[in-house]
Ligand binder design. Structure first.
Ligand code: AMP
Length: 307
């Protein structure tokens, strides 16, 4: 099985209550690829980078089974740049800067060698560009998952609504689900969003876990209570990469297996927040991943005998 990942590869400037970095590698596709490659190879990356993007990161991704034929390199412009500041709760943040740079002229091209991929993860990116990738695929993937954020709801809502009709799973956080539907109740919001197109909906709630909706069913995955959370940047993309990586590894897109996949996504996201940027993802071992997933199982497993 192979997985196509589309999204940004970027530099970020981050400020959390625990520290500050002026320039660290980031981007939705970077985080998603780091997470997914632990489960499935090849990960077929589609993105764009500028003249400042470190070759060492691309080499590191290659070594993990990430193909970068679909990553365009622009010689005369810098990479996409994003800057954010987190509030004390670490769940909410303010975007300080979004410099599109190379992204402004991005015209994603699906390499011939990526055709036939059964899984497509449309990471956070301009909705028009996400659609351009869907349109180029000669065979519809078995599963298309779309991640987005408030920035695109504010600036490209019509394009996003078109995409919702084309995808199977939508990933948003709780405030984005509310923004999209004008509903406070996440159950009502979920119903409305599934009426917009996607058959499955995942609502991420930061340190409060994630909800998976499908028809009248709902499943909850907790977030692991962590002693240290340094930087939540990329947690959503890492979740998406882990979720999709698991589904692509197993080839099973049933609701039952999606439950496991959101636990895997949550486990991967729990690593991501432990250090700034993708550092923790870069040093992760298979044994650590297995142990962390087991911690999730232990967290929610209990016996009960109903009288
Ligand atoms: P997350 O914390 O999962 O929402 O993802 C944060 C990452 O998304 C950062 O590394 C940013 O470079 C990237 N990012 C921020 N804003 C955008 C945007 N409007 N479109 C695509 N990627 C973005």
């Amino acid at each position: 099985m192979s997985l196509i990942v589309v999204g940004t590869m970027a530099y970020d400037a981050l400020e959390t209550p625990f520290g500050k970095v002026d320039k660290i590698v980031g981007g939705s596709a970077t985080y998603a690829a780091y997470a997914a490659a632990n489960f499935v190879q090849p990960v077929q990356q589609i993105s764009i980078v500028g003249n400042d993007f470190e070759e060492a990161i691309l080499d590191d991704l290659h070594s993990r089974g990430v193909q970068t034929e679909g990553v365009e390199k622009v010689a005369d412009k810098p990479s996409f740049f994003w800057s954010g500041r987190y509030h004390l709760d670490m769940n909410s943040r303010d975007t300080l800067v979004t410099d599109l740079n190379v992204l402004a002229d991005f015209n994603p091209q699906v390499p011939e060698s990526y055709q036939g991929s059964e899984f497509l993860l449309l990471g956070n990116l301009m909705p028009k560009l996400q659609k351009q990738v869907i349109d180029q695929l000669t065979t519809r993937p078995k599963l298309i998952v779309l991640d987005t954020m408030n920035f695109w709801m504010d600036s490209a809502l019509d394009d996003l609504m078109v995409n919702l009709k084309l995808v199977d799973v939508l990933l948003v956080n709780d405030s984005e689900a509310r923004q999209l539907t004008n509903e406070f109740s996440l159950v009502k919001a979920a119903r409305k969003i599934m009426d917009m197109g996607p058959k499955y909906l995942i609502i991420k709630k930061g340190e409060h876990g994630a909800l998976l909706f499908h028809e009248d069913s709902v499943f909850f995955a907790p977030a692991l209570p962590l002693e240290d959370v340094f930087d939540p940047t990329g947690a959503g993309d890492t979740f998406a990469g882990g979720f999709m990586g698991w589904l692509a590894k197993t080839g099973d897109i049933s609701f039952q297996n999606m439950k496991t996949a959101i636990i895997v996504g949550s486990a991967m996201a729990s690593f991501c927040v432990e250090k700034f940027g993708p550092q923790r993802m870069q040093e992760l071992t298979k044994a650590e991943i297995e142990a962390r997933i087991q911690q999730f199982v232990n967290l929610v497993q209990f016996d009960i005998e109903l009288v």
